[in-house]
Design a protein around this ligand. Structure first.
Ligand code: FES
Length: 601
């Protein structure tokens, strides 16, 4: 970190996370925190407009720019909560991050999701034992690499990776001429001491969160899993902001690529540490992500993806050397990226389809992964049609004034009892400090049910919970926690985008809503939403709840399947090829359908 910091710099201590960061003169608390990997929420990427990066200065000199003031910065008042992205230290300082602004250590998967894939590895380890080299042994493959490849002829080996070759002579002589060669197709991609456990790394590179899974490639078993916030969030919470950041300058594109790589490197390091292994034991990596994540990770241009007609640079699966991304895996290891479908529907949705195929194969099904971008597929008579709905971060608590991670103090349930709103808070008796994603949906559904919000989404008046500040109205859920008119609007836009996506797919297939036999909801967020609330606000069709299934992080399962099995990797390719992509904006009537889904029926 120090190399990025030029003097003068200040030491910033984030007391409640027990972390420190070094802050350049003129830099904001938000950016120094993000650079140091301190988990602070920032839905707008530090542009000062979302109000999610709240901190309090415990000691030290800090200048705070006020969003409402035209110019000039002032010191914060005692105990005042301020925005970290508008606060610039001018001395060493101690800072407290508001509970709702501490970014989640994300659940990589939801309970009950243990899946062991029958292994059919792309890379196989073979023990090789050679006679020691002797004087005079010159022809017939006397070189180390020739002798190893010779010993592996029956396994299909014909060449060796240069970086693996660099390790070969020392290893052979250090291990008594016995080693494990890692063969991928016709290439020896690594050499290791015999008996080294072959590990694989699966990454679900989400817009908001990244999940990593360490897998034993011999057995297919998951050894460890971990989720973190995507560090690209520093450049914007939604895909469009990040794509625009990359389009604006080559440096911006590099920042986003570096952030994505840092997430994978960090996950590899922490997962290996959890099982006392080394990242160098990772002999294959599989990654899935939406098309923008895929392109940004690979450093592919995104300008054609960010503008109509939204064309990806590539859709097919691709294998690249892990070292080309700076990953410290086995020397010649590859990263396999799952294929994209089209537009923003990428390999993460293909992974969801792969993981859930047994649930939809013979039915008319909607498969959806709710997130910052919501990918939706309609499967009907074996045909797969997919769209991507720009739902934004509101449903996950982003861009919601009191939005926070699912942690102690988060309101997770809201219901109407005798005309009043009753809340449930994570941590039971804990004081409510914000709203997590499931709480956002529940709160809005309850506000609609109680008549506090009308069918068009306007907060009314005449209820004890409603406060008005001039034109601005909000509903108080708990002391200091309010649901504002802007929050209502953000959720309306998100749910309308998703529901319009479903409507358009049905319209294209000539189907009525009642024809849907099953709805499969993937994604960690989707796993926790209250289905009744989701139906009540019109996010989901009004179907019997028994037809709706929440399956958790199916993309994470799908990418593990593709990591551990060559046959399932082929299956993923086939699913991507079978999927037809529809660009929502180009469909006749999309705008009308979207507007028709803004309100509450
Ligand atoms: S207001 Fe600070 S990150 Fe958005």
């Amino acid at each position: 970190m120090r190399s990025e910091v030029k003097p003068p710099w200040f030491q910033v201590r984030f007391d409640n996370l027990d972390r420190e960061a070094e802050c350049n003169e003129g830099e904001t608390l938000f950016h120094s925190a993000r650079r140091a990997g301190v988990r602070i929420v920032g839905a707008c990427g530090g542009r000062g407009v979302c109000g999610t990066c709240i901190v309090r200065i415990s000691s030290g000199e800090v200048d705070v720019e006020r969003p409402e003031s035209a110019g000039g910065a002032t010191a914060p008042r005692a105990k005042e909560w301020v925005r970290a992205c508008l606060s610039r230290p001018s001395s060493d300082c101690v800072v407290e991050i508001a509970p709702r602004s501490i970014a989640a250590v994300v659940r990589a998967e939801v309970g009950g999701q243990e899946v062991t894939v029958a292994p059919d590895p792309v890379v196989r380890g073979h023990d090789v034992v050679l006679a020691p080299a002797i004087m005079g042994q010159r022809q017939g493959g006397g070189a180390d690499a020739d002798r190893v490849i010779d010993a592996l002829r029956d396994e299909g080996a014909a060449r060796i990776d240069l970086y693996a070759l660099r390790e070969l002579p020392g290893l052979l002589r250090g291990t008594g001429w016995r080693l494990q060669a890692l063969v991928r197709g016709d290439e020896v991609i690594g050499v290791q001491p015999s008996g080294t456990r072959p590990l694989g790394l699966a990454i679900d590179l989400g817009t908001t969160n990244c999940a990593g899974f360490l897998v034993d490639l011999e057995t297919g078993a998951r050894l460890a899993s971990l989720g973190i916030e995507n560090p690209q969030a520093a450049y914007g919470a939604d895909l469009v902001s990040r794509v625009n950041h990359a389009i604006r300058s080559a440096a911006g594109a590099r920042e986003l690529q570096t952030a994505a790589i840092a997430a994978i490197v960090g996950l590899a390091r922490d997962l290996c540490e959890a099982v006392s292994a080394m990242p160098a034991q990772i002999i294959e990596v599989a990654v899935c992500g939406n098309t923008a994540m895929h392109h940004l990770l690979l450093g592919l241009p995104v300008s054609q993806l960010g503008r109509a007609p939204f064309v990806p640079a590539m859709c097919g699966a691709i294998d690249i050397k892990a070292r080309d991304l700076g990953l410290a895996t086995a020397p010649g290891a590859y990263v396999h990226l799952l294929p994209n479908v089209g537009g923003y529907v990428g390999g993460d949705h293909v992974a969801v389809l792969l993981a859930t195929e047994n649930r939809w194969a013979k039915t008319t099904t909607i498969v959806m992964d709710i997130g910052t971008n919501t990918e939706i597929s309609l499967i009907h008579r074996g045909a797969i049609t997919s769209v991507s709905a720009p739902s934004g971060p509101a449903l996950e608590g982003g861009h919601i004034g009191a939005g926070m991670r699912a942690a102690e103090g988060a309101i997770e349930r809201v219901r109407v009892v005798d005309g009043s709103l009753q809340i449930e808070v994570i941590g039971g008796d804990a004081e409510a400090v914000g709203l997590c994603g499931s709480g956002v949906l529940d709160a809005l559904a309850a506000m609609v049910e109680a008549g506090l919000v009308n069918r068009r989404g306007r907060i009314g008046s005449g209820h004890a919970a409603i406060r008005a500040h001039g034109d601005h109205r909000e509903v108080t859920l708990a002391p200091g926690v309010a649901f504002t008119q802007n929050d209502v609007r953000a959720v309306q836009l998100a749910k309308a985008a998703i529901r319009a996506g479903i409507d358009c797919l049905l319209q294209e297939a000539g189907l009525e809503e009642s024809a849907i036999e099953r709805v499969v909801i993937a994604g960690a967020f989707g796993a926790y939403i209250g289905l009744e609330s989701a139906v009540r606000i019109g996010l989901l069709p009004a179907l019997p709840l028994a037809r709706i299934e929440q399956v958790g992080n199916a993309a994470g399962i799908g990418v593990r399947m593709a990591l551990a099995s060559a046959a399932l990797r082929d299956r993923a390719r086939a699913l991507a090829l079978r999927s037809r992509y529809l660009e929502l904006g180009s469909l006749a009537g999309f705008r009308r359908i979207f507007m028709g889904r803004i309100g509450f029926e």
